[in-house]
Design a protein around this ligand. Structure first.
Ligand SMILES: Nc1ncnc2c1ncn2[C@@H]1O[C@H](COP(=O)(O)OP(=O)(O)O)[C@@H](O)[C@H]1O
Ligand SMILES: Cc1ncc(COP(=O)(O)OP(=O)(O)O)c(N)n1
Length: 512
């Protein structure tokens, strides 16, 4: 067949004739995504309804050929087809119906992926249909078999080396008078070569060879590649260029496959990895901690609205309420210092170790000094239920959870205090209170040193999140949110308690 393309063909109309995959990684779903990803307009005719997922095929229903013929007729009687990609056919009847339709319609581009077996397991072409498939292949412009399929077409054992694969490819191209894309995805080794062969020609038109992408999420790569080529060649007529561009796109899809988190077996590739940045939340631009900060916006709003915060800002907070808060905060900080020391011990690098060890010491010396000077050397009250819950959580997160989760758990104590410190200082300045009754407390958290420490804590969480697996990132997110909620309760507790019963005033503190 010839390739009739037009330079003005900006959105090629591409028909996929294929089976289904309800998990969306292979077959008709992969074809439509790949066609769209390559800028084509995708359409599809279903050959078989396949019960499959990322772990294998469990059942196949083949609709009557009358409905297949009716689908083919419906689309080709209405739409001009610029390209057709043929995938799973399954049975002799289906093959013959599609073959007769192709012979009748003569699409300008026909790419046949001779689907036989799903890599995850399960036959997709009945054994007795293999011979019938051979009768359809002369209608193809390009055949894209994987190595086991190539062996069936070449009537030979599956190739173990690239040279053997090329030899079989030449034979198949000559036998069917069609281009063959020999694909090395099933070769053992660190590279994945592909070569485009033409009938009557010994040397490949083009050979492309890259290191294998380290991922087990390769479900549907063959379907995706063949429909991408079918789309690109319809636009340009350049087979070698289409193979090169489709392969390069597929490589990106494989590199981003692990980010999808679909299924428990060999998951799909990320067909739209190249446009992810248009969603405004690309992995490359948004910091992990930015998404955490957005996630705790509700809690931050509740903190801002607390009476405790409003009264701290305008200086109207009763001194005994502030002293009770300081008492609990001192107890909290003693534990927080131990949590930071645990992170220092678990830190994977010197920079983190130095940061958390320094933080542990700083909490004891600077912040506790502020508290002690305010409380005048009194013995602490029993910790409130909120204080105990928060400190127990921190010790568990930094003592028994992975380092990444512990680092996320201690971050709110830096970040929320830095935010509250700056906002309150600003409000206090606006209120014109000089001296402010709690000015020394505000200055501690608004100080450049504390703001810088907060930035460094964020950097650490962002860095460890980059290499964390999705499950750990979720635990980091959960730990961060839990700590934010406990911060809210911690800030709310002094006023809530003051309203609940008379205050245990400073005189109840025992002198050290
Ligand atoms: N891990 C991988 N890294 C890079 N390219 C791969 C990888 N696995 C498959 N490919 C490429 O995906 C395409 C389809 O591969 P293949 O596995 O041979 O076909 P099929 O999916 O039909 O079994 C080929 O271009 C192949 O080189
Ligand atoms: C309906 C359907 N068609 C084809 C396949 C095979 O997909 P393929 O892209 O060849 O790759 P694997 O996922 O099998 O490696 C399928 N599974 N389902």
């Amino acid at each position: 067949m010839t390739t009739a393309h037009s330079d003005s063909l900006t959105v090629p109309r591409v028909l996929s004739i294929a089976g289904t995959d309800p998990t969306g990684g292979a077959g008709q779903a992969a074809d439509l995504k790949s066609i769209a990803a390559m800028g084509g307009y995708g359409m599809n005719v279903i050959t078989a309804v396949v019960a499959q997922n990322t772990t294998g095929v469990t059942d196949i229903h083949t609709p009557p050929v009358e409905i297949l013929r009716a689908q083919l007729e419906a689309v080709s009687s209405d739409v001009v087809l610029d390209s057709v990609k043929v995938g799973m056919l399954g049975s002799v009847d289906v093959i013959e119906t599609v073959r007769d339709w192709l012979a009748d319609v003569k699409p300008p581009v026909t790419v046949v992926d001779p689907v036989m077996v799903a890599t995850a397991g399960g036959r997709l072409l009945r054994a007795e249909a293999e011979t019938a498939l051979l009768s359809l292949l002369p209608l193809a412009d390009l055949i894209t078999p994987n190595l086991p399929e190539l062996a069936v077409l070449a009537d030979a054992p599956t190739a173990n080396t690239w040279e053997e694969a090329l030899e079989q490819g030449r034979l198949v191209a000559d036998r069917f008078g069609a281009r063959v894309l020999v694909k090395g995805g099933h070769l053992v080794g660190s590279r994945t070569p592909d070569a485009l062969l033409e009938p009557g020609r010994v040397e490949p038109v083009i050979t492309l060879d890259d290191p294998r992408v380290e991922t087990s999420n390769t479900h549907g790569t063959g379907c995706s590649l063949s429909s991408a080529i079918a789309t690109l060649v319809a636009r340009t007529g350049d087979w070698a260029g289409a193979v090169r561009a489709a392969r390069s796109w597929l490589r990106g899809a494989l590199e981003h496959a692990d980010s999808l988190n679909v299924g428990h077996g060999n998951g799909p590739v990320h067909h739209f990895h190249h446009v992810q940045h248009l969603l405004g939340e690309s992995e490359s631009t948004e910091r992990f901690t930015d998404s955490l900060w957005r996630g705790c916006a509700g809690v931050r709003g509740q903190i801002d609205d607390l009476e405790f915060i409003a009264q701290l800002a305008d200086g109207s907070l009763p001194s005994e309420t502030f002293e009770w808060y300081m008492d609990q905060d001192m107890q909290y900080l003693d534990v927080y210092s131990r949590a930071l020391a645990a992170l220092a011990a678990a830190a994977p690098c010197e920079t983190d170790r130095e940061f958390f060890a320094g933080g542990a010491a700083e909490v004891v010396t600077v912040e506790s000094a502020l508290h002690r000077s305010r409380l005048g050397g009194t013995q602490p009250l029993p910790p409130s239920e909120v204080t105990r819950t928060y400190t127990d959580f921190l010790l568990a997160a930094t003592g028994s959870e992975p380092y990444a989760v512990g680092a996320a758990a201690v971050l709110p104590c830096y970040w929320l205090y830095a935010a509250v410190g700056s906002a309150l200082t600003e409000k206090a300045r606006t209120a014109g209170l000089d001296p402010h009754p709690y000015g020394d407390w505000l200055a501690t958290y608004d100080s450049p040193d504390f703001q810088l420490a907060t930035e460094r804590a964020r950097d650490i969480v962002d860095r460890v999140a980059k290499t964390a697996d999705p499950a750990t990132r979720k635990r980091m997110r959960d730990a961060f949110m839990r700590a934010c909620e406990l911060e809210l309760r911690f800030f709310a507790e002094p006023v809530r308690r003051a309203g609940a019963r008379p205050f245990a005033v400073a005189s109840t503190h025992r002198v050290v």
